[in-house]
Design a protein. Sequence first.
Length: 283
Amino acid sequence: MVAEKPSIIDASLLADEIALDETLDALDPLRHLRNQDDPSDHIVLVPTQPRSVQNQCISLTFPSPSPEGSVTAIRITLRLDASPGCGGMAWPAGEVLSNYIALRGEQYCRGKTILELGSGTGLVGLVAGALGGHVWITDQAPLLGIMQDNVIANNLQSSVTVAELNWGEKVPSHIPCPDLILAADCVYYEPAFPLLVKTLSDLSEEGTDILFCYKKRRKADKRFFALLKKQFNWREVPEPSTVGRVVLILHHTQDDDDPNRESYARAAISLLVLTKRTTIGCV
């Protein structure tokens, strides 16, 4: 048997290949775990990761009836940034709640002290501010910057205030007792459930209006409502009985129904009106 000659490897080619691998590894450290080098191997150990959203801007429009009976549009420019966490993104329940208060019209928000919990980008509170409310948008410290940027982008500095509010902690003295509390997509992290309920209770009294919009995601969400029912009653915002979308929008100011309920209910989103059970006032 004739021994095979060892193959001779060009050192320059090897160096180029190593350099290429190092470059690709720097761009995507998990690429080898995805088996991308072998198209015939369909086993995916690590799924492809979506590109992170950083400093992107979107524009959202919400129809709102004017006192004269016409329909106007509330336009909100929203900067998104996932760097501080999931709160820096726009989520469906926030858009549902924003659309709902816009349909209620200026008379629903004007002159009221309004506080949004877990504001994230501040979307819902910005819409309330555009409708004439005196609004406080609140969240944890890492999100204050993006909220302030969005207040400035929409020229709402005179009506919307950004403040830090950590659930479960004592409400800062400079945050006023609100007439209306807004909360959207706040049911997502189980350890925070009792903290959210405590803050809702601390901020509200029996006459406080609370609009609570959430997307059903997990069975664990039931634990939140088990805690909530100890201090609050609630009902779902109803679907209107009148047929005709334009008529509903023009005359929506007298009712609390929502012509869009059927649409967002299909996406497992619910809009609730909470009522506090106890007589303990805002702390």
